[in-house]
Write a protein that binds this ligand. Structure first.
Ligand code: SF4
Length: 312
């Protein structure tokens, strides 16, 4: 079990189970006295599902397979060790370097692979309203590391109008005039999944990246240089080797339909709904675990709280 209890898996599992009890148990896992009253131990599952480990491994292998093609694309930026693409850091100085590079070559698109960025505390301050006697954030959160980040305005040609996601969740249109001074950022994740299976759980993950990145631009005071492009993001699903063979430039990734765009308005609505549920659970806390509704369904067999739910 990971130490951080607020991450994309938490959001995805709520989408999959629609279970507030599970969400509540996870939110309170690291700091139970802030969430549960009374605090009690949770009954452990009799068997641990190993299926997820296998799927995770398959996903990681597929990512590297995709990277082996993307590494050869013009303006791909990455670090590697023994042929494996490894994590890089997307910090303020690095963003300014990218800005300078784009300013001199506004027609290129930078493609960043495995760049990790800081998850800004301001996102959690928006989510968890202050309470007397509670200091800090009531969950532990991890950094953000999307698989692919595109930076540049050339890919604006794939949308009729460009919209920006602001740190407070509002969406605004980016004017033509601004596009010469600020560069758009889009996020895509590689998924070991068939295209027709892309759905809400992927949408929410992308929006979590976008929203936290918008807040990070605020924190770094770089909103005059970059904007988070809300209407051009998505998933690179399972593709055959053959499908990558024509990819030489970033534009080819879109031209040959390697990626699937997420429906941004629906994604935004899903994201806001889930944030609303989390806000309400925090407002109600600390409260008894039993006071939060269960959502018993077939998938409960894979949930680590099944034994606890069957008794309480
Ligand atoms: S076992 Fe089912 S009802 Fe219980 S927390 Fe998990 S998903 Fe919810």
């Amino acid at each position: 079990m990971t130490k951080n209890n607020f991450n994309k898996i938490l959001l995805q599992s709520y989408i999959l189970t629609n279970c507030k009890r599970r969400l509540f148990l996870e939110l309170g896992r690291n700091k139970p006295d802030l969430w549960y009253n009374p605090v009690r131990s949770i009954i452990k599952p009799k068997r641990i599902a190993v299926q997820s480990k296998y799927i995770k491994k398959q996903g990681k292998n597929y990512e590297q397979k995709v990277y082996s093609h993307l590494k050869k694309v013009d303006n791909a930026i990455f670090q590697e060790t023994d042929g494996v693409v490894v994590m890089s850091h997307l910090e303020k100085d690095r963003l300014i370097q990218f800005y300078d590079r784009l300013s001199h070559n506004p027609n290129i698109t930078l493609m960043l692979l495995e760049f990790q960025f800081e998850n800004p505390q301001s996102f959690f301050e928006q989510l968890f309203s202050p309470k007397p006697n509670v200091e800090g954030i009531p969950v532990d959160f991890s950094h953000q590391r999307p698989d692919i980040i595109f930076i540049g305005n050339n890919i604006n040609e794939y949308v009729d109008e460009v919209f920006e996601l602001l740190g407070d969740g509002r969406i605004r249109k980016v004017s033509k005039n601004e596009k010469n001074k600020r560069f758009g950022i889009s996020i895509f994740d590689i998924k070991y999944t068939q295209e027709e299976k892309i759905g809400k759980k992927h949408f929410i993950e992308i929006f979590y990246y976008l929203r936290t990145l918008a807040l990070l631009l605020n924190k770094y005071q770089l909103t005059d240089k970059f904007y988070v492009r809300v209407n051009f993001n998505g998933i690179l699903p399972l593709r055959s080797e053959q499908e990558f063979k024509h990819i030489k430039f970033v534009g080819d990734i879109f031209k040959y339909n390697l990626v699937s765009l997420i429906m941004w308005k629906e994604s935004n609505r899903i994201f806001e709904n889930v944030m609303g549920v989390i806000k309400k659970l925090w407002k109600k806390s600390p409260c008894s675990i039993e006071s939060i509704n269960l959502s018993l369904h077939q998938g409960c067999g894979y949930c680590q709280y099944i034994e606890d739910c069957s008794i309480n």
